[in-house]
Design a protein around this ligand. Sequence first.
Ligand code: ADP
Ligand code: MG
Length: 383
Amino acid sequence: MSNNYVPLDVRSVLEFAEPFLEGQPVEASEIGDGNLNLVFRVRSDRASVIVKQALPYLRIAGDAWPLTRHRARIEANAIEVHEKLAPGLLPRTVHFNTAMSALVFEDLSEHITWREALIAAQPVEGVAETVGRYCAAVILGTSDVLLPSRQRKVLRRDFVYSELCLVTEDLIFTAPYLNAPSNRYDPEIADEAEALRHDRALRSAAAEMRFSFKTRDEALIHGDLHSGSVMTRPGDTRVIDFEFAFFGPFGFDPGVLLANLALSRLAHDAAGNHAFSAIVDRYAQQYWAALAEEIKRLWNPSEPWHARFLSQFLRDASRFAGMEMIRRIVGLAHAKDIDSLAQPARAVAQHRAIGGGRALMLGNPVHTFEDLWQRAVGEDNFA
Ligand code: ADP
Ligand code: MG
């Protein structure tokens, strides 16, 4: 990797962005709330662009957790593949600068993240279906289901099991089930958090899912598809933030997405906002229905394997969803949907999220989408 790297700031990013911006850059602000990168919006008097630069460490943990900047290259490569498969569903990438580990994007200035919309109880038409179609397109389109073997093998070689996969491994599959220093949880649920470490069945399920995550290189998945990786406005939805992309199991992205929707649902329940809970239920159904429908459309509709493939996919997604729900309560990176609630509502939502996560990980295989959702958000899960 080149040594010409310097972290950008609100001044130096003006010059960096100039070639990609219509008009003279006049102002830049840091807009990222992420943990790994600097994200800037740079404006001229008539246009704006987004600059995302990888930092050489994991921001949330200070500079104590060093990371290479290779993930900017991974993000650029994954974008190239995914935008061909899901045209119009990603922001346009204007430029990639290898030495600076920086990407320049079209500014989605009218969009907000889906997580922000969920927290604000703001319904957005079409968002869930679009993300469902995106998932179907990239999962089938980079797997041996649709991609001819030779092309698939070549593509596979372009994506390593990256350092960020190790971060995921640790934060989702390992730390919540150990007394890891990175874990964070409220004192109100400390007993439940600590009980996870003594639950042999749960630890065994987590180890099994970790093994799946590491070994099943089935499709070039997004790798971090939570509701903050989706930007939306009425009539337009895009998927962002591809640095965690790798060849992994089919069910991981849908599992993570559904888990984050379930956390939103539990937050609205706990806050007594039942009208919006019903909207989140509908999002989850619409997401899975659109994904299943798009898989059927992209595949040969008379393919005999199709039905079994989908039910296996759903079972897989349900287990990953369980792991994501638990780690967002007791691990390092929490869901703002729940953390922004005041007590006692926060502890109620957290308790239900741990219960939902356990039910998804430990229960019999789910058969229908309704089974999955009922377990994730059910009230009677915590045995
Ligand atoms: P990180 O991985 O560091 O979190 P993201 O790619 O998720 O970086 O971007 C961080 C934030 O920057 C997003 O949550 C969003 O608010 C904003 N953002 C990212 N890309 C764009 C874009 N193309 N247009 C407008 N805002 C963006
Ligand atoms: Mg990110």
